[in-house]
Design a protein around this ligand. Structure first.
Ligand SMILES: *Cc1c(COP(=O)(O)O)cnc(C)c1O
Length: 423
Protein backbone atom coordinates (compact mmCIF):
# COMPACT_ATOMS: atom_id res chain seq x y z
CA UNK A 1 0.00 0.00 0.00
CA UNK A 2 1.32 3.48 -0.84
CA UNK A 3 1.04 6.47 1.47
CA UNK A 4 -1.51 7.90 -0.95
CA UNK A 5 -3.66 4.76 -0.85
CA UNK A 6 -3.43 4.58 2.94
CA UNK A 7 -4.51 8.20 3.19
CA UNK A 8 -7.51 7.57 0.89
CA UNK A 9 -8.53 4.58 3.02
CA UNK A 10 -8.16 6.57 6.23
CA UNK A 11 -10.21 9.46 4.87
CA UNK A 12 -13.19 7.14 4.43
CA UNK A 13 -13.43 6.49 8.16
CA UNK A 14 -11.42 9.18 9.98
CA UNK A 15 -12.22 12.85 9.52
CA UNK A 16 -9.68 14.21 7.06
CA UNK A 17 -7.79 10.94 7.41
CA UNK A 18 -6.01 12.16 10.54
CA UNK A 19 -6.54 12.44 14.27
CA UNK A 20 -4.82 15.82 14.56
CA UNK A 21 -5.15 18.36 11.72
CA UNK A 22 -1.53 19.38 11.05
CA UNK A 23 -0.68 15.76 10.23
CA UNK A 24 -2.66 16.09 6.99
CA UNK A 25 0.18 18.16 5.44
CA UNK A 26 -2.46 20.71 4.39
CA UNK A 27 -0.13 23.70 4.35
CA UNK A 28 2.66 22.09 2.30
CA UNK A 29 0.59 20.00 -0.10
CA UNK A 30 1.42 16.39 -0.85
CA UNK A 31 0.27 13.43 1.22
CA UNK A 32 1.16 12.63 4.81
CA UNK A 33 3.52 9.72 5.36
CA UNK A 34 1.96 6.68 6.95
CA UNK A 35 4.47 5.46 9.46
CA UNK A 36 5.41 1.84 9.83
CA UNK A 37 7.91 2.29 12.62
CA UNK A 38 10.42 4.59 14.24
CA UNK A 39 13.90 3.67 15.39
CA UNK A 40 16.42 6.06 16.94
CA UNK A 41 16.62 9.19 14.78
CA UNK A 42 14.72 7.55 11.90
CA UNK A 43 11.14 7.17 10.76
CA UNK A 44 10.13 4.48 8.25
CA UNK A 45 6.99 4.83 6.15
CA UNK A 46 4.84 2.03 4.76
CA UNK A 47 6.47 2.41 1.33
CA UNK A 48 9.82 1.47 2.84
CA UNK A 49 11.31 4.98 2.79
CA UNK A 50 13.56 6.09 5.63
CA UNK A 51 13.65 9.63 7.00
CA UNK A 52 15.75 11.49 9.53
CA UNK A 53 13.05 12.70 11.92
CA UNK A 54 13.13 16.31 13.15
CA UNK A 55 9.50 16.29 14.31
CA UNK A 56 9.92 13.56 16.95
CA UNK A 57 6.20 13.23 17.63
CA UNK A 58 6.09 17.05 17.95
CA UNK A 59 8.58 17.10 20.80
CA UNK A 60 8.25 14.21 23.24
CA UNK A 61 10.98 11.94 21.83
CA UNK A 62 14.07 13.67 23.21
CA UNK A 63 15.94 10.34 23.14
CA UNK A 64 14.59 9.35 19.74
CA UNK A 65 12.28 6.47 18.79
CA UNK A 66 12.23 3.22 20.79
CA UNK A 67 14.64 4.43 23.45
CA UNK A 68 15.68 1.29 25.32
CA UNK A 69 15.39 2.70 28.84
CA UNK A 70 11.90 4.07 28.25
CA UNK A 71 10.65 1.03 26.32
CA UNK A 72 11.91 -1.32 29.02
CA UNK A 73 10.23 0.72 31.75
CA UNK A 74 6.96 0.66 29.80
CA UNK A 75 7.16 -3.13 29.20
CA UNK A 76 7.73 -3.70 32.90
CA UNK A 77 4.81 -1.47 33.88
CA UNK A 78 2.46 -3.14 31.39
CA UNK A 79 2.99 -6.49 33.08
CA UNK A 80 1.59 -5.08 36.33
CA UNK A 81 -1.56 -3.65 34.77
CA UNK A 82 -2.57 -0.98 32.30
CA UNK A 83 -4.66 1.18 34.61
CA UNK A 84 -5.80 1.06 38.22
CA UNK A 85 -8.02 4.10 38.71
CA UNK A 86 -6.46 4.23 42.16
CA UNK A 87 -3.25 5.85 43.41
CA UNK A 88 0.12 4.22 42.75
CA UNK A 89 3.66 5.14 43.84
CA UNK A 90 4.77 5.90 40.30
CA UNK A 91 2.64 9.07 40.39
CA UNK A 92 4.42 10.32 43.50
CA UNK A 93 7.78 9.44 41.98
CA UNK A 94 7.17 11.38 38.76
CA UNK A 95 5.79 14.31 40.78
CA UNK A 96 9.00 14.37 42.83
CA UNK A 97 11.13 14.16 39.69
CA UNK A 98 9.40 17.17 38.12
CA UNK A 99 8.97 19.36 41.21
CA UNK A 100 12.52 18.71 42.45
CA UNK A 101 13.88 20.89 39.65
CA UNK A 102 11.61 23.88 40.28
CA UNK A 103 11.88 25.62 43.68
CA UNK A 104 8.76 27.69 42.94
CA UNK A 105 6.48 24.74 42.16
CA UNK A 106 5.12 22.95 45.26
CA UNK A 107 2.38 20.70 43.91
CA UNK A 108 1.42 19.04 40.66
CA UNK A 109 -1.57 17.32 39.07
CA UNK A 110 -1.13 14.88 36.19
CA UNK A 111 -3.52 14.79 33.24
CA UNK A 112 -3.38 13.06 29.86
CA UNK A 113 -2.81 15.88 27.34
CA UNK A 114 -1.41 19.37 27.11
CA UNK A 115 -4.90 20.58 26.26
CA UNK A 116 -6.20 19.28 29.59
CA UNK A 117 -3.26 20.80 31.44
CA UNK A 118 -3.79 24.34 30.15
CA UNK A 119 -7.58 24.09 30.33
CA UNK A 120 -7.32 23.03 33.98
CA UNK A 121 -4.71 25.69 34.78
CA UNK A 122 -7.00 28.37 33.34
CA UNK A 123 -9.94 27.15 35.42
CA UNK A 124 -7.74 27.12 38.51
CA UNK A 125 -6.41 30.61 37.80
CA UNK A 126 -9.96 31.88 37.38
CA UNK A 127 -11.01 30.16 40.59
CA UNK A 128 -8.07 31.65 42.47
CA UNK A 129 -8.30 35.19 41.13
CA UNK A 130 -12.11 35.17 41.04
CA UNK A 131 -11.91 36.94 37.69
CA UNK A 132 -13.08 35.62 34.30
CA UNK A 133 -10.80 37.54 31.96
CA UNK A 134 -7.64 35.95 30.60
CA UNK A 135 -4.85 37.33 28.44
CA UNK A 136 -3.61 35.13 25.61
CA UNK A 137 -1.09 36.06 22.93
CA UNK A 138 -1.74 35.92 19.21
CA UNK A 139 0.22 33.00 17.75
CA UNK A 140 0.54 31.09 21.03
CA UNK A 141 -1.17 27.69 21.06
CA UNK A 142 -2.30 26.12 24.30
CA UNK A 143 -4.37 23.19 23.10
CA UNK A 144 -7.98 23.25 21.97
CA UNK A 145 -10.12 24.14 25.00
CA UNK A 146 -12.81 26.75 24.34
CA UNK A 147 -11.25 29.73 26.11
CA UNK A 148 -7.95 29.21 24.29
CA UNK A 149 -9.25 28.77 20.73
CA UNK A 150 -9.52 32.49 20.34
CA UNK A 151 -7.74 34.79 17.94
CA UNK A 152 -7.29 38.53 17.81
CA UNK A 153 -10.39 40.40 16.75
CA UNK A 154 -10.22 42.76 13.82
CA UNK A 155 -9.28 46.41 14.17
CA UNK A 156 -8.13 47.99 17.39
CA UNK A 157 -10.16 45.80 19.71
CA UNK A 158 -8.28 43.45 21.98
CA UNK A 159 -11.35 41.31 22.64
CA UNK A 160 -11.01 37.88 21.17
CA UNK A 161 -13.16 36.27 18.55
CA UNK A 162 -13.33 32.52 18.34
CA UNK A 163 -11.03 30.82 15.88
CA UNK A 164 -13.25 27.74 15.82
CA UNK A 165 -16.91 27.10 15.24
CA UNK A 166 -18.68 25.99 18.37
CA UNK A 167 -16.99 28.31 20.85
CA UNK A 168 -19.63 30.49 22.51
CA UNK A 169 -19.04 34.21 21.90
CA UNK A 170 -19.95 34.75 25.55
CA UNK A 171 -16.89 32.72 26.49
CA UNK A 172 -14.51 34.05 23.81
CA UNK A 173 -15.16 37.62 24.93
CA UNK A 174 -13.30 36.92 28.17
CA UNK A 175 -10.16 36.01 26.25
CA UNK A 176 -8.18 39.18 25.58
CA UNK A 177 -5.63 38.89 22.81
CA UNK A 178 -2.28 40.63 23.23
CA UNK A 179 0.81 40.87 21.03
CA UNK A 180 3.75 38.61 21.86
CA UNK A 181 6.86 40.43 23.11
CA UNK A 182 4.81 43.64 23.51
CA UNK A 183 4.07 44.64 27.13
CA UNK A 184 2.01 47.69 26.22
CA UNK A 185 -0.56 45.42 24.55
CA UNK A 186 -0.85 43.50 27.84
CA UNK A 187 -1.26 46.71 29.84
CA UNK A 188 -4.08 47.58 27.45
CA UNK A 189 -5.83 44.29 28.29
CA UNK A 190 -5.51 44.93 32.04
CA UNK A 191 -7.46 48.16 31.61
CA UNK A 192 -10.61 46.02 31.29
CA UNK A 193 -10.33 45.32 35.04
CA UNK A 194 -11.44 41.69 34.56
CA UNK A 195 -8.07 40.02 33.94
CA UNK A 196 -7.39 37.17 36.39
CA UNK A 197 -4.65 35.43 34.49
CA UNK A 198 -2.08 35.68 31.72
CA UNK A 199 -1.16 32.53 29.82
CA UNK A 200 1.91 32.50 27.61
CA UNK A 201 4.35 30.16 25.93
CA UNK A 202 7.53 31.71 27.37
CA UNK A 203 9.34 30.21 24.39
CA UNK A 204 6.67 30.23 21.71
CA UNK A 205 6.88 27.18 19.49
CA UNK A 206 3.52 27.19 17.77
CA UNK A 207 4.01 30.17 15.43
CA UNK A 208 7.42 28.86 14.49
CA UNK A 209 10.06 29.29 17.18
CA UNK A 210 9.76 32.77 18.71
CA UNK A 211 11.34 33.12 22.16
CA UNK A 212 9.92 35.64 24.59
CA UNK A 213 12.51 38.25 25.54
CA UNK A 214 13.74 38.63 29.11
CA UNK A 215 12.19 42.11 29.28
CA UNK A 216 8.86 40.78 28.05
CA UNK A 217 8.68 37.83 30.45
CA UNK A 218 9.88 39.74 33.50
CA UNK A 219 7.45 42.51 32.53
CA UNK A 220 4.58 39.99 32.52
CA UNK A 221 5.65 38.87 36.00
CA UNK A 222 5.53 42.49 37.22
CA UNK A 223 2.19 43.24 35.58
CA UNK A 224 0.60 40.12 37.06
CA UNK A 225 1.95 41.01 40.51
CA UNK A 226 0.67 44.55 40.19
CA UNK A 227 -2.83 43.47 39.17
CA UNK A 228 -3.14 40.34 41.31
CA UNK A 229 -3.32 38.09 38.26
CA UNK A 230 -2.03 34.52 37.95
CA UNK A 231 0.86 34.07 35.51
CA UNK A 232 0.78 30.75 33.64
CA UNK A 233 3.80 29.61 31.65
CA UNK A 234 2.73 26.98 29.16
CA UNK A 235 5.84 24.81 28.89
CA UNK A 236 4.12 21.83 27.32
CA UNK A 237 6.61 22.11 24.45
CA UNK A 238 9.57 23.95 26.00
CA UNK A 239 9.65 22.09 29.33
CA UNK A 240 12.58 19.65 29.40
CA UNK A 241 13.28 20.76 25.80
CA UNK A 242 14.59 24.36 25.77
CA UNK A 243 16.67 23.44 28.81
CA UNK A 244 16.31 20.88 31.57
CA UNK A 245 13.96 23.28 33.31
CA UNK A 246 12.58 24.90 30.18
CA UNK A 247 12.17 28.66 30.16
CA UNK A 248 12.88 28.87 33.90
CA UNK A 249 16.35 27.40 33.34
CA UNK A 250 17.14 30.07 30.74
CA UNK A 251 15.79 33.20 32.40
CA UNK A 252 14.90 32.37 36.02
CA UNK A 253 11.46 33.94 35.81
CA UNK A 254 8.94 32.19 38.05
CA UNK A 255 5.37 31.73 36.91
CA UNK A 256 2.58 30.97 39.40
CA UNK A 257 1.46 27.95 37.39
CA UNK A 258 3.42 25.95 34.83
CA UNK A 259 1.99 23.40 32.41
CA UNK A 260 3.98 20.44 31.12
CA UNK A 261 3.37 17.76 28.50
CA UNK A 262 5.20 16.14 25.59
CA UNK A 263 8.64 15.23 27.06
CA UNK A 264 7.31 14.47 30.57
CA UNK A 265 5.45 11.49 29.14
CA UNK A 266 8.42 10.23 27.11
CA UNK A 267 6.02 9.49 24.23
CA UNK A 268 3.05 8.28 26.29
CA UNK A 269 -0.05 10.45 26.91
CA UNK A 270 0.91 12.44 29.99
CA UNK A 271 0.83 16.12 30.89
CA UNK A 272 0.61 18.14 34.08
CA UNK A 273 0.03 21.48 35.70
CA UNK A 274 1.98 22.58 38.74
CA UNK A 275 2.28 25.65 40.92
CA UNK A 276 2.51 27.28 44.31
CA UNK A 277 0.73 25.33 47.06
CA UNK A 278 -1.49 28.29 47.82
CA UNK A 279 -2.99 28.09 44.32
CA UNK A 280 -2.79 24.33 43.70
CA UNK A 281 -4.57 23.57 46.98
CA UNK A 282 -7.66 25.06 45.42
CA UNK A 283 -7.98 21.97 43.21
CA UNK A 284 -10.46 19.24 44.15
CA UNK A 285 -10.54 17.24 46.48
CA UNK A 286 -8.71 19.83 48.65
CA UNK A 287 -10.37 22.91 47.15
CA UNK A 288 -13.34 23.93 45.10
CA UNK A 289 -11.93 23.87 41.55
CA UNK A 290 -13.04 20.62 39.94
CA UNK A 291 -10.75 18.59 37.71
CA UNK A 292 -10.49 14.83 37.23
CA UNK A 293 -9.43 12.08 34.82
CA UNK A 294 -10.07 8.34 34.54
CA UNK A 295 -6.63 7.70 33.05
CA UNK A 296 -4.79 10.56 34.79
CA UNK A 297 -1.55 9.37 36.40
CA UNK A 298 -1.83 6.17 34.38
CA UNK A 299 0.88 3.75 35.60
CA UNK A 300 2.24 3.03 32.11
CA UNK A 301 2.48 6.72 31.23
CA UNK A 302 4.05 7.42 34.62
CA UNK A 303 6.66 4.70 34.01
CA UNK A 304 7.57 6.27 30.66
CA UNK A 305 7.78 9.73 32.24
CA UNK A 306 9.93 8.51 35.13
CA UNK A 307 12.33 6.73 32.77
CA UNK A 308 12.53 9.73 30.44
CA UNK A 309 13.16 12.35 33.16
CA UNK A 310 15.59 10.11 35.04
CA UNK A 311 17.55 9.62 31.83
CA UNK A 312 17.52 13.38 31.19
CA UNK A 313 18.94 14.04 34.67
CA UNK A 314 21.52 11.27 34.37
CA UNK A 315 22.85 12.14 30.92
CA UNK A 316 25.85 14.44 31.35
CA UNK A 317 25.66 17.72 29.41
CA UNK A 318 22.57 16.53 27.52
CA UNK A 319 21.25 19.97 26.69
CA UNK A 320 24.66 21.34 25.70
CA UNK A 321 25.02 18.44 23.27
CA UNK A 322 21.51 18.83 21.88
CA UNK A 323 22.01 22.56 21.55
CA UNK A 324 25.20 21.97 19.56
CA UNK A 325 23.30 19.80 17.08
CA UNK A 326 20.46 22.29 16.76
CA UNK A 327 22.92 25.15 16.30
CA UNK A 328 24.79 23.16 13.63
CA UNK A 329 21.51 22.96 11.69
CA UNK A 330 20.55 26.62 12.04
CA UNK A 331 24.11 27.74 11.21
CA UNK A 332 23.95 25.60 8.07
CA UNK A 333 20.58 27.07 7.13
CA UNK A 334 21.80 30.61 7.72
CA UNK A 335 25.04 30.22 5.76
CA UNK A 336 23.41 28.43 2.83
CA UNK A 337 20.63 31.01 2.66
CA UNK A 338 23.15 33.83 2.65
CA UNK A 339 25.10 32.22 -0.19
CA UNK A 340 21.96 31.92 -2.29
CA UNK A 341 20.52 35.31 -1.34
CA UNK A 342 17.47 33.78 0.40
CA UNK A 343 15.95 35.83 3.23
CA UNK A 344 15.96 33.57 6.29
CA UNK A 345 15.66 34.00 10.06
CA UNK A 346 16.67 31.27 12.48
CA UNK A 347 16.27 30.61 16.22
CA UNK A 348 17.55 27.96 18.62
CA UNK A 349 16.63 27.24 22.23
CA UNK A 350 18.18 24.10 23.64
CA UNK A 351 16.98 21.22 21.48
CA UNK A 352 14.34 23.35 19.72
CA UNK A 353 15.14 25.02 16.42
CA UNK A 354 13.21 26.98 13.84
CA UNK A 355 13.48 29.15 10.77
CA UNK A 356 11.38 31.61 8.82
CA UNK A 357 11.67 32.55 5.17
CA UNK A 358 11.39 36.16 6.22
CA UNK A 359 13.34 39.36 5.57
CA UNK A 360 13.06 40.61 9.15
CA UNK A 361 13.55 39.06 12.61
CA UNK A 362 10.29 37.53 13.87
CA UNK A 363 9.18 38.85 17.27
CA UNK A 364 5.46 38.11 17.14
CA UNK A 365 2.70 36.44 15.16
CA UNK A 366 2.20 39.34 12.78
CA UNK A 367 5.90 39.17 11.84
CA UNK A 368 5.65 35.39 11.45
CA UNK A 369 2.70 35.72 9.06
CA UNK A 370 4.86 37.80 6.70
CA UNK A 371 6.99 34.72 6.00
CA UNK A 372 7.12 33.17 2.54
CA UNK A 373 4.99 30.07 3.15
CA UNK A 374 5.19 29.02 -0.51
CA UNK A 375 8.95 28.86 -0.28
CA UNK A 376 8.62 26.96 2.97
CA UNK A 377 6.31 24.40 1.37
CA UNK A 378 8.72 23.86 -1.53
CA UNK A 379 11.63 23.53 0.92
CA UNK A 380 9.80 21.07 3.18
CA UNK A 381 8.70 18.86 0.28
CA UNK A 382 12.15 18.85 -1.36
CA UNK A 383 13.81 17.96 1.96
CA UNK A 384 11.27 15.17 2.44
CA UNK A 385 12.16 13.73 -0.99
CA UNK A 386 15.79 13.65 0.17
CA UNK A 387 14.92 11.81 3.38
CA UNK A 388 14.58 14.61 5.94
CA UNK A 389 11.29 14.86 7.80
CA UNK A 390 10.63 18.46 8.88
CA UNK A 391 7.44 19.81 10.44
CA UNK A 392 4.94 20.34 7.60
CA UNK A 393 4.24 24.01 8.37
CA UNK A 394 6.19 27.26 8.51
CA UNK A 395 4.57 27.85 11.90
CA UNK A 396 5.92 24.82 13.76
CA UNK A 397 9.14 24.14 15.63
CA UNK A 398 11.63 21.39 14.79
CA UNK A 399 13.64 19.38 17.30
CA UNK A 400 16.79 17.35 17.67
CA UNK A 401 17.14 14.23 19.78
CA UNK A 402 20.05 12.46 21.45
CA UNK A 403 20.17 9.97 18.58
CA UNK A 404 20.77 12.46 15.77
CA UNK A 405 24.22 11.63 14.44
CA UNK A 406 26.75 14.08 13.08
CA UNK A 407 26.69 12.03 9.88
CA UNK A 408 22.95 12.65 9.43
CA UNK A 409 23.33 16.32 10.24
CA UNK A 410 26.07 16.68 7.64
CA UNK A 411 23.97 14.87 5.04
CA UNK A 412 21.17 17.23 5.92
CA UNK A 413 23.49 20.19 5.43
CA UNK A 414 24.30 18.93 1.92
CA UNK A 415 20.60 18.53 1.19
CA UNK A 416 19.88 22.06 2.42
CA UNK A 417 22.53 23.50 0.07
CA UNK A 418 21.10 21.52 -2.85
CA UNK A 419 17.52 22.53 -2.11
CA UNK A 420 18.34 26.20 -1.56
CA UNK A 421 20.04 26.20 -4.95
CA UNK A 422 16.76 24.99 -6.49
CA UNK A 423 14.45 27.43 -4.69
C1 LIG B 1 1.37 20.70 22.16
C2 LIG B 1 1.02 21.86 23.00
C3 LIG B 1 -0.17 21.92 23.74
C4 LIG B 1 -1.25 20.88 23.61
O1 LIG B 1 -0.85 19.63 24.02
P1 LIG B 1 -1.68 18.35 23.53
O2 LIG B 1 -1.05 17.22 24.27
O3 LIG B 1 -1.51 18.29 22.05
O4 LIG B 1 -3.09 18.56 23.91
C5 LIG B 1 -0.36 22.98 24.60
N1 LIG B 1 0.55 23.96 24.70
C6 LIG B 1 1.69 23.95 24.00
C7 LIG B 1 2.67 25.05 24.17
C8 LIG B 1 1.96 22.92 23.11
O5 LIG B 1 3.07 22.94 22.37
Amino acid sequence: MTNKEAFEEAKKVIVGGVNSPVRAFGSVGGEPLFIKKGRGEFLYDIEGNKFVDFVLSWGPLIFGHCDKTISTAVSKAIKKGLSFGAPCNAETELAQLVLGEFPHLDKIRFVSSGTEATMSAIRLARGFSKKDGIVKFAGCYHGHSDSLLVKAGSGATTFGTSSSLGVPADLAKHTHIATYNDLSSVEECFKSGEIGCVIVEPIAGNMGLVPGTQIFLSGLRKLCDKHGAVLIFDEVMSGFRASKTGSYGLNGIKADLVTFGKVIGGGMPCAAYAGRAEIMDLVSPVGGVYQAGTLSGNPVAMAAGIACLTKIYQTPNLFEKLNKKATFITDTLKESAKEKGIALQTEVRGSMWGFFFNKKPVKNYEDALKSDTKMFAAFQQKMLKRGFYLAPSQFETCFVCKKHSQKSLEKMADAVREVFAEL
